[in-house]
Ligand binder design. Structure first.
Ligand SMILES: [Zn+2]
Length: 424
């Protein structure tokens, strides 16, 4: 940015000196603000640290990490799975590394291969540059060379790190609240379904829902989490009223999709609904798009590398829609038919195909498209929407909130026949 005196050669000396003084003063103020700014300090103490572990989430932060820096504002304790409480560190930062064949080194002490870092109030632990609420479990991998890091965090603190990643925090408060309830429901569902058989419940990536820890929090996000505290969605299931995987995605393109067509699981509250709300709010390129060309050989090898049972096709020479969901002015592909160079045919779920050919999901933005084969490449044309389109349409939720819908109406619209329950 241009400074006040830039380019002024014949500037009177007195004014220049005053300008310099003002600049120095501003720099000093900036420096004070910069360093006083609690960027790594929590705006709030992590709530619910004494809560039942049923309401905690174990997030896999790193599968494999070696040396790193650990920090906690007021120190931390270490609990060793074998030896119990094993040490306290009053200093705020320590280096963590691996003792080959023995265990984990924190600072200058060596512990066993499975330890938990328990930060003191405000219950925030730093791992390199990122800060996470709750505790940190570190286990030595079987290679003896790397660690797995799992963040155990009370549910509401976890959600504060999710909502700001999954939705812009400047969006309407009611949309943020709908997002908080969907994310809470989804996290608990995944925890109950898969967490019992492994050391963690969810990944911190799009594989589940994106969790950024303290970095992703804001006062608006905390308001949305607090104002919906403990609220989850349930629907009728064969075993009675239960939570379900409350999926959500960016832009449905005009109609959300049945979960059965995308993920293969079926719930009454995950059936598609006509959505008139995202068109006006979303980016144009999210609503309507066409992909760049994908070379046929690369598409074929991506699919057969990933899915061993499709190697029977040898090389894939034709791709056609097999089953479609038809909506008034567009359709979404549920399954594709693949033809091999040997004439055999096999089917693949369109969502699996899309994310194998374009793992970023940003070029083939949804499974609503028309396929053309041109000059040895496939192109996906007349695309509609961004994401898998099951459950809540996030831009649609923002659109509804701008028209004064509250979070209950938004959730009821995108998860038909669901009900809100409190898990308090
Ligand atoms: Zn929509």
């Amino acid at each position: 940015m241009d400074g006040p005196a830039r380019g002024k050669i014949a500037f009177p000396l007195k004014v220049a000196l005053v300008s310099v003084a003002v600049c120095v003063g501003l720099l000093a103020l900036f420096a004070m603000w910069r360093f006083a700014r609690p960027s790594q300090r929590p705006s709030t103490v992590t709530p619910d640290m004494d809560r039942d572990p049923r309401f905690w989430v174990r997030v896999l932060l790193f599968d494999s990490i070696s040396e790193f820096s650990l920090s906690a504002q007021n120190g931390f304790a270490v609990s060793d799975a074998a030896a119990g409480p094993a040490g306290a560190f009053e200093k705020t930062a320590q280096t963590v590394s691996i003792a080959p064949d023995r265990g984990i080194i924190v600072g200058d002490r060596t512990f066993g291969p499975d330890i938990e870092i328990l930060p003191a109030e405000p219950y925030v632990v730093g791992l390199n540059e990122r800060a996470w609420r709750g505790n940190l479990r570190l286990t030595l991998n079987s290679d003896g060379q790397s660690l797995r890091a799992i963040n155990s965090v009370p549910l509401e603190g976890y959600l504060a790190g999710v909502v700001g990643e999954e939705m812009p925090s400047y969006w309407e408060p009611e949309a943020l609240k709908a997002q908080a309830v969907a994310a809470r429901t989804y996290a608990l569902f995944i925890k109950h379904r898969f967490g019992a058989n492994r050391a963690w419940d969810v990944r911190r990536t799009q594989a589940n829902q994106v969790y950024g820890g303290l970095y992703s929090e804001s006062p608006m996000v905390w308001d949305a989490v607090r104002q919906t505290r403990g609220l989850v969605l349930v629907c009728d299931q064969p075993e009675g009223e239960k939570i379900f995987p409350a999926y959500y995605s960016s832009t449905c393109g005009g109609h959300t999709e049945n979960s059965a067509n995308v993920f293969g699981d079926s719930y009454p509250s995950l059936t598609g609904v006509a959505c008139p709300h995202c068109r006006e709010v979303t980016r144009r390129s999210f609503f309507e798009w066409s992909s760049p060309p994908f070379q046929a050989e690369q598409v074929s090898s991506a699919i057969t590398d990933r899915y061993a049972h499709l190697r029977i096709l040898h090389t894939i020479v034709a791709i056609e829609p097999n089953a479609l969901s038809d909506y008034e002015d567009f359709s979404r592909v549920a399954t594709l038919s693949l033809t091999g160079s040997n004439g055999r045919k096999r089917k693949i779920r369109a969502e699996d195909f899309r994310l194998t050919v374009d793992p970023s999901g940003t070029k083939i933005r949804s499974s609503s498209y028309r396929i053309e084969f041109r000059n040895g490449a496939y192109v996906f044309l007349d695309g509609r929407g961004f994401g898998h389109a099951v459950g809540m349409c996030q831009y649609g939720a923002e659109g509804m909130a701008r028209k004064n819908a509250d979070f209950r109406e938004i959730l009821n619209f995108y998860y038909p026949s669901s009900a809100l329950r409190s898990i308090q």
